[in-house]
Design a protein around this ligand. Structure first.
Ligand code: NAP
Length: 246
């Protein structure tokens, strides 16, 4: 029970890595505020089963992170649910694969809107609630694409590099409030997002991965559990690559 009595806010947790975090955190005793763009019956059924199993209520807040007024609305609902937030996971993200010459500024803005501006703005809004925690944790989900910088990833890799830079700056600004700010840079992980990567690229990536396998969402969630828990109280400003040694 590494997160007993902690309140965690997780974005993009209706599927993929976020859903695995939600399950892991609930199993470790956290009270969860699940932020999703749109809820559905299957997700709500899962949430109610998980709440029953762990005797912990999970609240769902719906808002679209690509829209600033929606983020504001989402924040107001979160504030009504909890006056204090111990853990914030900025997980929601989108990928785009297009060559530099083919990338429009419109699509570049779209990717930055979710991957970077939303992370920035949502964290800014939640900060007052996180400062009320005695051990606040902010975890930003970047990507190993930020350092691989492969062809076709000008927008995605840039947005995820910006997330790492923001993580470092915030760790310096927020240390005085005893808030740890870290990033996780997953490698290829078995979620819907992976399906955007071609078979050829997956094969090439595996060839460069010493552990020679694709991560499961749970592999990423477990590392985030360490960063969210008191086990990492002296870790801040770091980016942990969870990429099988790539
Ligand atoms: N999978 C990988 O190989 C990989 C590798 C490195 C880093 N990552 C990063 O890991 C994080 C999680 O990705 P994943 O693999 O779990 O991908 P995923 O299965 O595609 O899930 C993405 C999540 O982000 C949410 N989201 C996207 N746009 C949103 C918006 N405008 N407002 C609110 N929510 C939004 C999605 O909600 P909807 O269901 O409503 O679309 C979904 O819950 C992302 O930041 C991604 O960049 C993934």
């Amino acid at each position: 029970m590494l997160l007993k009595d902690k309140t965690a806010v997780i974005t993009g947790c209706n599927r993929g890595i976020g859903l695995s975090m939600l399950e892991t955190y609930s199993n470790h005793g956290a009270k969860i505020i699940a932020c999703v763009r749109k809820t559905n019956n299957i997700f709500e059924k899962k949430i109610s089963e998980l709440s029953k199993e762990n005797s912990r209520k999970i609240d769902i807040v719906e808002f679209d992170l690509s829209n600033e007024s929606e983020i504001e609305k989402g924040f107001k609902k979160i504030k009504e649910l909890s006056q204090k937030v111990d853990i914030l996971i900025n997980n929601a993200g989108i990928n785009q694969i297009s060559l530099f010459q083919m990338t429009t500024l419109k699509s570049l803005r779209e990717i930055f809107e979710v991957n970077f501006f939303a992370t920035y703005s949502f964290t800014q809004k939640l900060l007052k609630l996180i400062t009320k925690s005695s051990n606040g944790k902010i975890i930003n989900i970047s990507s190993n694409a930020a350092t691989l910088c492969s062809p076709g990833r000008s927008g995605y890799a840039s947005s995820k590099s910006a997330v790492i830079a923001l993580t470092k700056v915030l760790s310096k600004e927020l240390g005085r409030y005893k808030i740890c700010v870290n990033a996780i840079a997953p490698g290829l992980t078995d979620t819907e997002m992976k399906n955007q990567t071609s078979e050829k690229e997956i094969k090439e990536a595996l060839n460069q991965t010493p552990l020679n396998k694709i991560a499961t969402p749970n592999d990423i969630a477990n590392v985030s559990l360490f960063l969210a828990s008191d086990l990492s109280n002296h870790v801040s400003g770091e980016t942990i690559f969870v990429s099988g040694g790539m």
